[in-house]
Design a protein around this ligand. Structure first.
Ligand code: NAD
Length: 265
């Protein structure tokens, strides 16, 4: 049993490739009209769906605003908004926890946190006027746990998860359904040159289509968390209930990776 998306309008940031594009395919297959926003390739990618695609930098709210207006006027009011655009900066070159420079931290905050905040600011009023909608935030398992060797990614993804919770708390009673997607390694450009997904690949690398499938299931089942790697629920539980043990386990994990590769990722 799958939800009927016929005639529904779905807008996706970072939608030209990777997880965002796979989600677009899943929604399109279910009957939805698709709008894609990305730094490059959105219009080209949207051709597959006879949809709408535009250049949008989610760090610039005016660009999100005009995207939302254009989508609404060309396809109709937005039913589902997926805030998926994200960036990963590692703690190189020193691999100290504070090793990444301010520019890396600030860029991560701008895209991974403010991209979602500004999207919600632009899209929620229209959804509310329309009786509600769905806001999907693609965070990461790093937002529930930690990504070793990428402390700016970890911190901003934790902030993204908490913002998704705030959205649900503030607007859940007003018709907003929030889904927060928290995968470990997914086979996309974000994995870079790491064949096994590094530390995030410890439980295997899933395909973007698997993430899309789990997200659709979470919408259907009215679940806040979409966990393409089921093991993440247990890790989160262990982190919450046995924090020192969990930190010890993460230190051990880091040691092993450093011994194998000479760096923690
Ligand atoms: N690949 C993984 O292992 C993994 C795991 C957990 C979470 N995620 C998250 O999934 C989301 C999608 O990433 P992906 O794996 O498909 O990687 P990706 O790099 O293929 O896709 C990210 C997309 O976001 C876009 N983007 C980046 N900055 C942007 C900006 N300022 N404005 C608009 N678009 C911007 C990129 O152009 C790209 O199309 C990200 O939020 C990422 O953090 C990925």
């Amino acid at each position: 049993m799958s939800m009927d998306y016929n005639g529904k309008v779905v807008a996706i940031t970072g939608g030209a490739r990777g997880i965002g594009l796979a989600m677009a395919r899943a929604f399109h297959k279910a009957g939805a009209k698709i709008a894609l926003a990305d730094l490059e390739g959105a219009a080209e990618a949207a051709v597959e769906f006879s949809g709408y695609g535009a250049h949008v930098d989610v760090t610039d709210e005016a660009q999100i605003e005009s995207f939302v207006k254009m989508v609404t006027s060309t396809l109709g009011p937005i039913d589902v908004f997926v805030s998926n655009a994200g960036i990963l900066r590692v703690d190189a070159p020193s691999w100290d926890a504070a090793g990444a420079d301010d520019a890396a931290w600030q860029a991560s905050f701008e895209v991974n946190v403010m991209g979602a905040v500004r999207s919600a600011r632009q899209v929620w009023p229209g959804m509310k006027a329309n009786g509600g909608g769905v806001f999907v935030l693609v965070a990461s398992a790093a937002g529930l746990l930690a990504q070793i060797g990428a402390s700016s990614y970890t911190a901003t993804k934790h902030a993204a998860v908490s913002f998704a919770e705030s959205l649900s708390i503030a607007h859940g009673d007003e018709g907003l359904q929030v889904v927060c997607v928290c995968p470990q390694a997914v086979r996309t450009d974000m994995l870079g040159d790491s064949e096994d997904g590094g530390i995030a690949g410890a439980d295997g690398i899933v395909e973007p289509a698997d993430v899309a499938h789990e997200m659709m299931a979470a919408i259907e089942e009215k679940r806040f968390l979409a966990l393409p790697h089921a093991s993440v629920a247990g890790y989160e539980n262990a982190r919450a209930s046995q924090r020192d043990r969990w930190l010890g386990g993460m230190r051990k994990f880091r040691r092993v990776v450093v011994e194998q590769r000479g760096r923690p990722v």
